[in-house]
Design a protein around this ligand. Sequence first.
Ligand code: FMN
Length: 240
Amino acid sequence: MYSEEFDKIVHYRRSNRSFDPEIEVKDEIIEKSIKRAILAPNSSNMQLWEFYWIKSPEELARLTPLCLSQSAAKTAKHMVVFVTRKDLWRSRAKWNYEIIKKTIKGKPSKLQKRGLAYYKKLIPLVYMNDPLYILSSIRKSISFFGGIRKPFYRLGGKSEQRIVVHKSCALAAQNFMLSISAEGFHSCPMEGFDKRRVKKMLKLPYGAEINMIVSVGKGTEKGIWGPRYRVPYEEVVFKR
Ligand SMILES: Cc1cc2nc3c(=O)[nH]c(=O)nc-3n(C[C@H](O)[C@H](O)[C@H](O)COP(=O)(O)O)c2cc1C
């Protein structure tokens, strides 16, 4: 349906590391793109993410050295810090639970009952932790025994939980970057930054983690460091 347009957007998106100082990016474009980012698929619709939109010259100047003064940061007109908030799992599970509850008029359907149980019982089983890692061991044992005879969801510990929230957050970042391209502007995702200092600057709590920082502007030719190379299709795609 939109194949050609989508193709153009995907090809237009390049990591641009030098933005035109003369061309501003209107706030509406960033706002629209963050709204599109929020529509990204995310694990269990838990939305364990936050988006810190850095736009004032003063704040951009504070963030730039924390991004190791990369040119993509130095010349950016806006930067968006994509943050994971695994620590908010309880409130997000409750939020989802309440949304389902509100849809129930009279006797709950099978699907509604399943939804309520999912956020009340399964989500805590996936996200809850304790200092002695007892729950992680229980989760791993459940998966091990449950998975002996049939396929079973492999529950994990803290590292598994971090992977889950980072996956979803990165999908939001990709929606954001494609949106910026669709609006005729350019972006650069960055993982080259001092995560401790960025967290401090944004006053983020202990449980928050920075997924990536995306800088935005009108890209220049200088900002493209070369042709786009990818490992050949045949080497990375396995058909069965
Ligand atoms: C998670 C992530 C982190 C990245 N970090 C940086 C970075 O710190 N600095 C930078 O210049 N480019 C960074 N990049 C951009 C990649 O180098 C770039 O996407 C890759 O070379 C492919 O080029 P393309 O985006 O133009 O297709 C990052 C990309 C991703 C996805």
